[in-house]
Design a protein around this ligand. Structure first.
Ligand code: DAH
Length: 339
């Protein structure tokens, strides 16, 4: 029996050597030390021994059992340690590796200037209106006092969809749409895209943006127009900005003016950017023509109003010192990332 116990001991030791994971270890424990295990079976057979042998073999069996149990424990912690080391190794981060930079999107410079302009007018109590880019000839021209064959049509090279429908050449048709829908007092801006069949160059694009403004109420005068636009320009460009109103002609306003600001490149001395003028034109404006009010069902004897139309690209070009309009539409990241 002694030999049997000795053999079990050797066998367990040999098996332990080969065990590499916890499952194998558990199987060994069950096979030899479990309730139905081999060593347990030996202990159960002790009844057949002589009274002298029994305590000797019993002591030996218990000793071997304790020994094997501690061997199994030792092997167990060895395996756990090894598994942990492997896990740590496989999860190691190399903090010296170069990182992957995630690109941040940015607001397009035109959108950013558009937002500032909207904010300024919202602050002055204006609301914002939106309207169609594919527009009736009636709204784009006729209702604005530009009948067929009027020379003003020539200055706005028009994309015609058909005889009656155009791509709007200006946001001014929104004046008519707004006055048809609302009764005075009216204080609205209408931003949006406009189209002209111009060749693309540094200062022209077949698609660009305008912001139309319209104020109609009792007793509105040219002084309100000047005050509002000066306030707007100084809020946008700074208090010290020089502004000039220059008489002009538009069919839908009377009197009409264009507004210039001192050239950003030369400050007014005259240079290539302002073509020697010292000034850059940024908007057209005037008192809404009585005929236009009447076309929209508003009595010009009772109400008066002013209107203005600004070119967003021009304003953004001046704000950011950009000398080529094409940069806004080419979506070159080297350009866009600068804002
Ligand atoms: N629509 C004109 C243009 O595109 C700009 C303009 C001038 C708008 C005078 C107005 C205005 O509202 O009163 O050239």
């Amino acid at each position: 029996m002694k030999e049997k116990i000795q053999k079990i001991k050797e066998l367990v030791e040999k098996n332990l050597e080969q065990a590499t994971d916890l499952e194998a270890l558990e199987n060994i424990r069950i096979k030899f030390l479990g309730k139905k295990g081999e060593l347990t079976a030996v202990l159960k057979g002790m009844g057949s021994l002589s009274p002298e042998e029994r305590p000797v073999i019993g002591a030996l069996a218990n000793e071997v059992r304790a020994f094997l149990e501690s061997q199994i424990e030792a092997k167990k912690s060895q395996i756990l340690k090894k598994e942990r080391a492997e896990k740590i190794k496989s999860e190691t981060l190399d903090v010296t590796m170069p990182g992957k930079k995630s690109e941040l999107g940015k607001v397009h410079p035109l959108t950013s200037v558009m937002n500032s302009i909207k904010d300024i007018f919202l602050g002055m109590g204006f609301s914002i209106a939106d309207g169609p880019e594919v527009e009736y000839d009636y709204y784009n021209f006729e209702a604005l006092n530009i009948p067929p064959n009027h020379p003003a049509r020539d200055t706005q090279d028009t994309f015609y969809i058909n005889d009656k429908v155009v791509l709007r050449t200006q946001t001014s048709p929104m004046q008519v749409r707004i006055m048809e829908q609302q009764k005075p007092p009216i204080r609205v801006i209408a931003p949006g895209r406009v189209y002209r069949s111009d060749a693309l160059d540094a200062t022209h694009s077949p698609v660009f943006h305008q912001i139309e403004g319209l104020v109609v109420d009792k007793g509105v005068t040219m002084a309100d127009l000047k005050g509002t636009l000066e306030m707007f320009i100084k809020s946008l460009y700074g208090e010290e900005t020089k502004v000039r109103f220059r008489p002009h002609h538009f069919p839908f306003t009377e009197p009409s003016a264009e507004v210039d600001v001192a050239c950003f490149a030369c400050g007014g001395k005259g240079c290539r950017v302002c073509k020697g003028e010292g000034w850059i034109e940024i908007l057209g404006c005037g008192m809404v023509h009585p005929k236009v009010l009447a076309n929209c069902g508003i009595d010009p004897e009772i109400y008066s109003g002013f209107a203005f139309g600004l070119g967003l690209e021009r304003i953004a070009m001046r704000k950011f010192d950009i000398d080529d309009i094409r940069l806004f539409f080419e979506n070159d990241l080297r350009f866009l990332k600068q804002f």
